[in-house]
Design a protein around this ligand. Structure first.
Ligand code: FES
Ligand code: FES
Length: 191
């Protein structure tokens, strides 16, 4: 039963040790902020911090993560107050948002090591794919996050959402009880 620390809490997964960390986080720990994109190490949607390093959780088994410190997007800050989160919003570097958690984790790892990154540094440290093409704004956002980290600038762009995750889940038709109100809505919409 591989044990590790996830977002500062001790966790052990009663799962096959070869299970990718991505699935353990999403399916067992309900930390669905970490996204599944390609499952093959190409897109970066699944990036989390492992001992402070941004790694693709689809390529790391829970056996390999044993004893390590994992941080997911849910653990980056409790209220979206991390400089990277604030700057991504302030620079409007989010479109559909699917790639954003992985990008935020890669950016946070970079800023922790280098709070004044060049465009080249950012491109090298954040190889993540974004189908919406936020790349130019991403460069601006990461450099702005660096300025915030260096205390050269203050931003407060992203208010806490004030949405309880359980309430949000209840509002998703696909998660309604089988045959219940939510399921009916999904069927009627033709989705
Ligand atoms: S889902 Fe892991 S790199 Fe794409
Ligand atoms: S914002 Fe849509 S994939 Fe990046």
């Amino acid at each position: 039963m591989p044990a590790m620390t996830v977002n500062d809490r001790p966790v052990s997964f009663d799962m096959d040790p070869q299970t990718p960390l991505l699935w353990a986080l999403r399916d067992a720990a309900n930390l669905t902020g970490t996204k599944y994109g390609c499952g093959a190490g190409d897109c970066g949607a699944c990036m989390v911090l492992i001992d402070g390093e941004a790694l693709r959780s689809c390529l790391v088994t829970i056996a390999e993560a044993e004893g390590r410190f994992i941080t997911t997007i849910e653990g980056l800050s409790r209220d979206r107050s991390h400089p990277v989160q604030q700057a991504l919003v302030a620079e409007q570097a989010i479109q559909c948002g699917y790639c954003t958690p992985g990008i935020a984790m890669a950016a946070a790892a970079l800023i922790a090591k280098n709070a004044d990154p060049s465009e080249e540094d950012i491109r090298a440290a954040i190889p993540n794919l974004c189908r919406c093409g936020v790349y130019p704004r991403l460069i601006a956002a990461v450099q702005r996050a660096g300025r915030v980290t260096r205390r050269q600038e203050r931003i407060s762009a992203a208010p806490a959402p004030g949405i309880d995750p359980a309430d949000a889940a209840r509002a998703v038709p696909a998660m309604g009880p089988s045959g219940g109100e939510g399921a009916g809505e999904a069927g009627e919409s033709g989705d």
